[in-house]
Design a protein around this ligand. Structure first.
Ligand code: HAM
Length: 444
């Protein structure tokens, strides 16, 4: 590919589909992460951080060729040493790579891991869809048990609800084990072959490479055909049926509502048995432009998922490992959660200020940092504007901020090692020794 030059305007902007996360947004991302991490730790999950770059084959083999993520959206690069690396487009294949690399199969099973970080897909940027986005993920590796599927789904719902998403809806399906999937795919291919004339070029290609993906097609011409397509649940063998029934029984026991959606197959190749996605009623939908036979362009509206996941019992083998490692997990889209929620918990570091500190005169300014440090050591959150000099401008900020107490540190106070404590609700003032300040403020 020929090299594209960055023009002057582009130079001082983030690359398309990527953004800076600043201020309140940053706190919201961090607040979500802390909440999700807290829930994960309660359920016995441990943290893992894998590199952003992996060998590209981790994804081509793991996630699979014929998927959008690998065929169209992967950011890959060749290193100076000649390695073909890719920026992670998802977190499950890297976690499986880490499990195998570190011999985690020798630990008590299952190994339960959580992770959080940037993920990269060269997708079409629009609201809720970025080229760099944040995922929080859970993976349970080394157990085929249906209770693990239910636990992961349950935890996903808890994370969304406690992040301020009131109405979480869950769609669920089963694509069964390898045997069931083989029978089902045969039927599905036969079915779509009868409708070839109505299919666009992309879907025809999918029929050859990855027929399951047609069920996920955005082409409105296919909506009816897809609705009448054979359903994977009808082709489940008895073991797969039992597994899915148990997952649903567990969800019923937990009082989790779900909708069975037979067109839900998900955009990654590694799934077996249970697949699921989370939605909310308030999240935005996007207009997707799908090219039809290379000419006509159709706009379709699609609801964005806040998260999704499923079981992936054959992933380890498709990545070249000798043994099967049954696993189940989920990935939550943190950017979309932050956009959909109005009530993300505050992160621990972002404490509400208790006092506003004002200094007046050279002597006081010089001693200010010492006073502020006393407050920090006593865990009293403080705000200040040390760069300002006048009482008027500092008081104006204090008034506007709504912080209940103002500390006024003038020339006289600096010399006497005291400070004026002003109650902003009734404007009463008391002079307090600096040595006794922390204790005084704590008793307020
Ligand atoms: P996924 O469905 O591809 O699954 O992604 C999970 C979530 O990431 C999506 O539901 C969505 O909220 C968010 N997401 C995906 N693409 C974008 C984007 N371009 N911009 C913003 N958010 C996005 C996985 O990645 C699997 N690894 C999940 C999993 C874990 N399955 C088993 N274990």
């Amino acid at each position: 590919m020929s090299e594209k030059k960055t023009n002057k305007e582009e130079l001082l902007q983030t690359p398309k589909g990527m953004r800076d996360i600043i201020g309140e947004d940053y706190y919201n991302f961090q607040g979500f992460f802390e909440k999700a991490q807290e829930i994960s730790e309660y359920y016995g999950f441990k943290p893992i951080q894998t590199p952003i770059l992996e060998h590209e084959e981790i994804f081509t083999k793991g996630v699979g060729g014929g998927t959008d993520i690998v065929d169209k959206e992967i950011y890959s690069l060749k290193t100076k040493g000649g390695d073909k690396l890719a920026m992670r487009p998802e977190g499950t294949a890297p976690v499986m790579r880490a499990y195998i690399e570190h011999g985690m199969q020798n630990k008590p099973q299952p190994v339960k891991l959580y992770y959080y970080g940037p993920t990269f897909r060269h997708d079409k940027p629009q609201k809720g869809r970025y080229r760099e986005f944040y995922q929080f993920g859970l993976e349970v590796l080394g157990s085929p048990k249906s209770i693990m599927d239910a636990m992961v789904i349950h935890m996903g719902i808890l994370m969304l609800k406690e992040a301020g998403i009131e109405k979480v809806s869950l769609k669920i399906n089963s694509i069964g084990d390898a045997e069931s999937r083989k029978d089902y795919l045969k039927e599905l291919v036969n079915y779509y072959k009868k409708h070839l004339s109505k299919m666009n070029a992309t879907d025809r290609q999918r029929l050859k490479e990855n027929p399951l993906r047609i069920l996920d097609s955005k082409d409105p011409n296919l909506a009816q055909i897809n609705a009448e397509a054979p359903q994977s649940v009808s082709y489940l063998n008895s073991a797969s049926k039992k597994h899915f029934k148990e997952v649903m029984e567990n969800l019923n026991e937990l009082g989790v509502d779900y909708e069975l959606d037979h067109t839900l197959v998900r955009g990654l190749d590694y799934y077996t048995h249970t697949v699921f996605e989370f939605f909310t009623e308030t999240e935005s939908s996007v207009d997707d432009i799908e090219s039809k036979d290379g000419e006509e362009v159709v706009a379709v509206t699609k609801k964005l998922a806040l998260g999704g996941g499923g079981r992936y019992d054959y992933l380890s083998k498709s990545m070249g490992h000798k043994k099967e490692v049954p696993g189940v997990g989920l990935g939550l889209g943190v950017d979309r959660i932050v956009e959909a929620s109005k009530n993300i918990p505050r992160p621990r570091v972002n404490k509400k200020a208790k006092v506003y500190f004002i200094q007046l005169g050279t002597e006081a300014k010089m001693k200010s940092l010492k006073v502020i440090e006393i407050l920090r050591q006593n865990k009293i959150p403080v705000r200040q504007s040390l760069s300002k000099d006048s009482l008027g401008s500092q008081l104006a900020i204090a008034e506007k901020s709504g912080i209940p107490v103002t500390l006024i540190f003038g020339q006289k106070e600096a010399l006497e090692n005291s400070i004026i404590v002003r109650d902003m609700s009734n404007r009463s003032q008391t002079t307090v020794d600096i040595d006794k300040l922390a204790k005084y403020l704590k008793n307020l």
